[in-house]
Design a protein around this ligand. Structure first.
Ligand code: ATR
Length: 309
């Protein structure tokens, strides 16, 4: 247990539900390792109580909080200032309290960028990115990529209008060029633009919930036969630790990564914002690994024959 005393600074997470969050374990392990007098606690905040909870950050002099499902969008309208990424994404996952002024940040997208650079060694500016999905996670990732030098984005989504909206957001607000890629149909050999997109893409990121526990047999119908050997493919899902998408990409010769890196680095960046200090990343990673150990569903996943995709 951390030692709490009269000088302890409090951070936490607002979510509903919140009991499954890994963030308390991750942050408290880092505070303890560094001997920082901080503690991180979960707050189950109902949607109707969100505005009051945000005000309480000031009233209780909290150092800051993370914000998770279902509050990330709503909270963007309740803080005093927004970082450029949070404003563009329309979502906040980290609030910092500086003398009663609340600033909303979005470290989700930057967490992805950092994990890609550190784990895959991929430079964001090195080429276009291919994004599968256009929901909240895709939005945070697309905005972070566009603000950090990605030259172009190809975005594909089952609901085409959402991909088009996200492209418009990027094109109207950043120097990055975003274009919609058609959602492929199973068995389709490439379809509209896929040959060119996969040929140009420096990496591919899967942001949909397809393949997430318990729907582990699902995967987006990417033309896996067109993937390049050595191409980097990231799935933002971390449960299971290896998704059907990752296995199919791996079978096609890609270098694959799961969503643990993004989860870790969004936390690392929130920690930096609250404390002004660099946390021990390995300690946070180990805390996350221990949390996931008991929770991961790593049962063998049935895979379709790859040559039909
Ligand atoms: P998150 O915040 O995790 O991104 P979200 O905003 O609800 O969640 O977005 C979910 C994403 O997964 C969307 O891109 C969604 O596609 P649609 O916009 O067409 O709904 C995608 N998704 C979820 N289930 C899917 C499925 N069975 N097939 C295709 N796409 C799916």
């Amino acid at each position: 247990m951390l030692e709490i005393n009269g000088k302890t600074r409090i951070c936490g997470i607002f979510g509903y539900p919140v009991e499954h969050s890994f963030s308390p374990a991750m942050h408290n392990a880092a505070f303890k390792d560094m001997g920082l007098n901080y503690a991180y606690v979960p707050f189950a905040v109902r949607p109707e109580d969100l505005a009051g909870a945000v005000s309480s950050i000031r009233h209780l002099n909290l150092a800051g909080v993370n914000v998770t499902v279902p509050h990330k969008q709503a909270v963007a309208g309740l803080v005093d200032l927004l970082s450029p990424a949070a404003r563009l994404a329309g979502a906040v996952n980290t609030i910092v309290d500086s003398g009663g002024v609340l600033t909303g940040h979005n470290t989700d997208g930057m967490g992805f960028v950092r994990s890609l650079e550190e784990e895959a060694g991929t430079e964001i500016a090195s080429g276009p990115a291919l994004i599968i999905g256009a929901g909240g996670a895709a939005r945070a990732v697309a905005v972070a990529l566009a603000l950090n030098g990605a030259p172009a984005l190809f975005i594909t989504n089952r609901t085409r209008e959402k991909a088009a909206d996200l492209c418009e957001l990027i094109n109207n607000n950043t120097g990055c060029r975003a274009s919609v890629l058609g959602w492929p149909k199973p068995g389709q050999q490439g379809g509209e633009g896929w040959v060119e997109a996969l040929g140009a893409a420096a990496f591919m990121v899967q942001t949909t919930s397809m393949g997430m526990h318990p729907n582990t047999v699902e995967f987006p119908p990417v033309p896996f036969n067109l993937l390049n050997k050595g191409q980097v493919a990231v799935d933002l899902i971390y449960n299971p630790g290896r998704t059907a998408f990752m296995k199919l990409c791996e079978a096609a010769g890609c270098r694959v990564f799961n969503g643990i890196g993004m989860l870790l680095h969004q936390g690392v960046m929130a920690f930096e914002l609250w404390t002004g200090r660099t946390p021990p990343v390995d300690v946070m990673r180990e805390a996350l690994r221990r949390c996931l150990e008991g929770r991961m569903q790593n049962a063998e996943i049935f895979l379709p024959k790859i040559d039909t995709y």
